[in-house]
Write a protein that binds this ligand. Structure first.
Ligand code: FAD
Length: 464
C-alpha cells in the first residue's frame, strides 16, 4: 500500500496525493450523503500523462480506481466503496479557444459546466446541455454519466454534444479522437461507448464539444394544470413549437416544500396540483406563438410568463430547487426513471399508491423532465439501506416499458435491478465490453456490475 502511495507521489506533486482524512473527506462521501467509503488516497493529476502514469501504477498494484469530477453524481458511482484510489480530474481544467467556424471547443475533463457555458457565451454561442449542478458538475463526469438535464428534448443528452474524446484506458494507453469531425464513420463508435460508461471503461481527460447558436430571445412560462394527464395533453400541443427547449414538471407537494425550504413565495395566489415550466428560445421572440399554444387549452388553469433573466430565473426556481430541498429533508431514495409518455399519468398514480403501501408514512416527491418522459421519484422516510421501495418502484417502471435509469446512471444504487430492463444477451454483451477494455476490473469496481470483473481494490464493499 505504501509502495503505491510513494509511486503516486513521484507522478504528481506530493501535495496532490491526499491521505489525510480531513483532506480526503469531501472526496469519499457523495452529494446525497447516501454513499461513502474509504480511499487509499485521492490523487489530483493535472495532465493526461500524469493520469496515464497513475493508471499504470494502480494496475501494477491491483488497486481499483474511482474517477471523480464534481462529485455531484446521484448513484454512488463517484465515491469509493472501500480501498480504491480516487482519481480527481478537476485540475484538468483548460478550456478553449472556441473554433467559431466549426462551432466546437476543447475542454479538459475538470472544466465545470458553468465555465463551459461562460466560454461559449463569450463567443456568442452556447453549450446545449444545462442542469442545476452546473457550478460543480464537470465535462468528464457529464460524459461519463451521459448527463441529460433541461434541454434534451431539443438538443439531446451529453452524447449528442461530444465530437471527440481523449481518454486513458485501463492499461494506461491513451485513446485520442479529438479531431472534432462531425462525420467520421471509421469503425466502432468508441466515443459514444465512453458516454454513459460511468468511469468503468476509461478515464476521460478532455473532450471536443459541439456548440450551438445562442438564441436572441428566451421566454419562460409557468403553467398550472390539473394533473399529469392534462400536462401530457398540453405537451402534445407544445410539440408544435419549433423553438421549444424545455418542459419540466413539478407537483403541489414538492412546490410547497421548496417554498418552505428556500423561503420562496408561492408561485400563484392559490395552489394548483401540477405546474409545468415551459421554455422557448430562438432568433425571433417566441412569446406570441407560446401564448397561442398554451392559451388554447381548457386544461390550463393559470400562467405566469417572463422574458427577462431575473423573471425567468424566478419561474425556474420552483423547479430547480427541488433536489436540494429533498436532500435537506433527509437521505432520499432517488429513483430517476423514464416511462413512455403515454404511460406517465398511470405511472404517477401507481407510484404514489405503491410507495404508500410499501413504506407507510414516507414522503414521495416527484418532479422531472416531462418532455423526455423522465420522472425523478424521491422517497424520504425508509432507512437508506431498506431497498423495498426501490424494488417496488423499479418493477413498476419495467412493467410499463420504461427505463430504471433515465439520466443519472446505474452506479451502485441500481445495479441489483439492471436485469429488469436489460436482457441476458444485453448483459453478456456489456460484460464482454468491460472484460475487453478492463480485464482486471480496476476501473470503478462494483459500478454497473456487482460481481466478476470490477472487483479490484475493493477491500470491503459497503455504503454509508
Ligand atoms: C442539484 C443537482 C441537479 C442535478 N441535475 C441533473 C440533471 O438535470 N440531469 C442529469 O443528468 N444529472 C443531474 N444531476 C446529476 C449530476 O450532476 C450529473 O450526473 C453529472 O453529470 C455528474 O458530473 P460530475 O462531474 O459531478 O461527476 P461525478 O459525480 O464526479 O462522477 C459521476 C460519474 O462519472 C464518473 N466520472 C467522473 N469524471 C470522470 C472522468 N473524467 N472520466 C471517467 N469517468 C468519470 C464517476 O466515476 C462517476 O461514475 C444533478 C445533480 C445535482 C446534485
Amino acid at each position: 500500500l505504501s509502495g503505491l502511495i510513494d509511486e503516486l507521489r513521484t507522478v504528481v506533486e506530493p501535495a496532490h496525493v491526499l491521505t489525510d482524512p480531513d483532506l480526503v473527506g469531501p472526496y469519499v462521501t457523495d452529494w446525497t450523503g447516501r454513499w461513502a467509503g474509504y480511499a487509499r488516497a485521492v490523487v489530483r493529476p493535472s495532465t493526461v500523462d500524469q493520469v496515464a502514469a497513475i493508471v499504470r501504477a494502480c494496475a501494477k498494484a491491483g488497486a481499483g480506481i474511482v474517477p471523480q469530477g464534481g462529485n455531484t453524481g446521484l448513484v454512488g458511482a463517484s465515491v469509493p466503496r472501500g480501498g480504491e484510489v480516487v482519481l480527481s480530474l478537476r485540475r484538468l481544467a483548460e478550456v478553449g479557444p472556441v473554433d467559431l467556424a466549426a462551432a466546437h471547443v476543447r475542454a479538459g475533463a475538470g472544466v465545470t459546466l458553468a465555465q463551459l457555458q461562460a466560454v461559449a457565451s463569450d463567443a456568442n454561442l452556447r453549450f446545449a446541455v444545462d442542469l442545476s449542478a452546473r457550478d460543480s458538475a464537470t465535462v468528464g463526469g457529464m460524459i461519463a454519466t451521459n448527463a441529460g438535464g433541461m434541454h434534451v428534448l431539443r438538443y439531446g443528452s451529453m452524447r449528442a454534444q461530444v465530437l471527440g474524446v481523449e481518454a486513458v484506458l485501463a492499461d494506461g494507453s491513451v485513446l485520442r479522437r479529438m479531431d472534432g469531425l462531425v462525420k467520421d464513420n471509421t469503425g466502432y463508435d468508441l466515443i459514444g461507448l465512453l458516454c454513459g460508461s460511468e468511469g468503468t471503461l476509461g478515464i476521460v481527460t478532455a473532450a471536443q464539444l459541439k456548440l450551438v447558436a445562442a438564441p436572441r430571445f428566451r421566454v419562460t412560462s409557468l403553467v398550472a394544470v390539473a394533473g399529469t394527464a392534462s400536462a401530457v395533453s398540453l405537451l402534445a400541443r407544445l410539440r408544435s413549437l419549433a423553438p421549444l427547449e424545455a418542459v419540466e414538471i413539478v407537483f403541489a407537494d414538492g412546490v410547497d416544500l421548496v417554498c418552505r425550504h428556500a423561503g420562496l413565495p408561492p408561485p400563484f395566489s392559490q395552489p394548483y396540483p401540477c405546474l409545468l415550466v415551459v421554455e422557448c428560445a430562438g432568433s425571433t421572440d417566441p412569446t406570441g406563438e407560446m401564448a397561442d399554444v398554451i392559451g388554447e387549452g381548457p386544461d390550463v388553469l393559470a400562467v405566469a410568463v417572463a422574458s427577462e433573466r431575473a423573471g425567468r430565473d424566478k419561474l425556474w426556481s420552483w423547479r430547480e430547487r427541488h433536489t436540494e430541498t429533498v436532500n435537506a429533508l433527509g437521505i432520499p431514495h432517488k429513483l430517476d426513471v423514464t416511462v413512455p409518455i403515454a404511460e406517465l399519468a398511470g405511472f404517477e398514480r401507481d407510484v404514489r399508491a405503491t410507495v404508500s403501501d410499501v413504506a407507510p408514512g414516507s414522503k414521495t416527491i416527484l418532479w422531472g423532465h416531462l418532455g423526455d418522459g423522465n420522472l425523478h421519484v424521491n422517497v424520504i422516510g425508509p432507512d437508506p439501506d431498506d431497498d423495498r421501495v426501490d424494488e417496488a418502484v423499479l418493477r413498476l417502471v419495467a412493467a410499463r416499458g420504461g427505463s430504471i435509469s433515465a439520466e443519472h446512471g446505474i452506479g451502485i444504487a441500481k445495479r441489483n435491478w439492471i436485469g429488469l430492463t436489460r436482457s441476458p444477451a444485453d448483459m453478456a454483451a456489456m460484460r464482454a465490453v468491460k472484460a475487453a477494455l478492463d480485464p482486471n476490473g480496476i476501473l470503478n469496481p462494483g459500478v454497473l456490475f456487482d460481481e466478476g470483473a470490477g472487483r479490484a481494490g475493493s477491500e470491503n464493499e459497503g455504503s454509508g
